[in-house]
Design a protein around this ligand. Structure first.
Ligand SMILES: [Zn+2]
Length: 155
């Protein structure tokens, strides 16, 4: 899925998100591996399998709702969106802005984030409760399952 793939490794960088915006400070590469994963274990697939195993049924990628949310639970009026840390600019420090074409990437990723905020507000105005699961939060399956269960059971 294109949504989860990132710019070529050679473009991947040496700058942390938080630093990237202001001073382009190079840092060590030790977090770089956090960005790499195989295609069939995407965060979204992991979330889908977990939610299914918990016994909840959902609709996928509902185009009639703002932002085409990932997992939709119509009777509960709840939504779970799974976001890649790179493409949606999570401040977790696990991924960073490419070193090349920095202005382009900064503008593009900032637009993504603004769109996310806008979409979330639109969904809430329509009465939907929205849970965002970040890519970096999918490593601990039990913890994620507990969190999603709390969200889906809650009022
Ligand atoms: Zn993250």
């Amino acid at each position: 899925m294109a949504k989860w793939s990132k710019p070529a490794q050679k473009e991947m960088p040496s700058v942390r998100w938080n630093d990237a915006w202001t001073k382009s400070v190079p840092v060590q590469h030790r977090h770089r591996m956090a960005c790499i994963r195989s295609k069939d274990t995407t965060p979204e697939m992991k979330v889908r399998r977990l939610v299914h195993a918990l016994g909840y049924r959902y609709r996928l990628h509902v185009r009639t709702l703002p932002g085409t949310p990932d997992l939709v639970f119509p009777s509960r009026r709840k939504i779970i969106n799974v976001s890649g840390c790179f493409w949606h600019m999570h401040g977790c420090g696990g991924c960073r802005i490419p070193a090349t074409r920095r202005t382009y990437w900064k503008a593009k990723l900032t637009r993504n984030k603004e769109r996310d905020d806008c979409t979330r507000r639109a969904l809430r105005r329509l009465g939907w409760k929205v849970l965002t699961v970040w890519e970096c939060q999918t490593g601990d399956g039990q913890r994620l399952a507990d969190r999603m269960t709390r969200f889906l059971r809650g009022r």
